[in-house]
Write a protein that binds this ligand. Sequence first.
Ligand code: SF4
Length: 254
Amino acid sequence: MDTLPLKTGIIYGPVNSRRLGRSLGINLLPTDYKLCSFDCIYCHYGRTQLKTLHPEAGDFPGLEEVLRAVRDALAAHPDIDYLTFSGNGEATLHPEFPEIAARVRQIRDELRPGVKLTILSNSSTVHWPGVRAALAGFEAPIMKLDAGDPKTLAGMNRPAQGLTLEGIVAGLREVPGLIVQSVLVDGRVSNIRGAALEAWIAALAEVRPARVQIYSTDRPVPDVGVERVSPDTLRRIAGQVEAQTGLRVEAYWV
Ligand code: SF4
């Protein structure tokens, strides 16, 4: 099964998307392997090579190197809407993530105050106080929540040892301006049916984000048992979540 190539540097893009307009990506992860605390069955980068919550400092770009790259990128791209922390895994695992986020925010304020800061995080570190404080500095903290029960979390996201759904849900409740992003898939593991769907809706009701974004996989996935969810089903589930929770839900598809 094909997968997408990893990002080859700190800055990538700009990328155009319906959700984030014109966005420049910041990759704080290594460039020659995927480092993540999850190993999602739908991940378009393929299997996680290093799955951990506590990586060694070794292969990450340094603070000053990241700041230099961000300054240069903002100078080279005057027309972007968002600076997005994402890349080859989970950005918050960078040992200096809180400081990097704060310093990038300063650079943004100084050079391009109209650009919004966002992050695509898998929520695995949201219960850590330093990460949560850093997330408060983002205009759009977009955090993953695909499951509302431990079995679906284990089957869908295959998390590193030590992660619990309770910790994730409790952490997400404290993130100001939270946007939850959920990938819905069917097949060998499904979050669109029965008890798994109801548990996910109940978790959303508990977290109470400012809004919820749902979509299905639209790219190559490494796992043959993963089935894409149709736009009709995404629309139906968005309506169901809105009716049951009163939350604002946006469904996206290609
Ligand atoms: S959290 Fe993101 S990068 Fe990590 S395995 Fe899941 S989809 Fe891939």
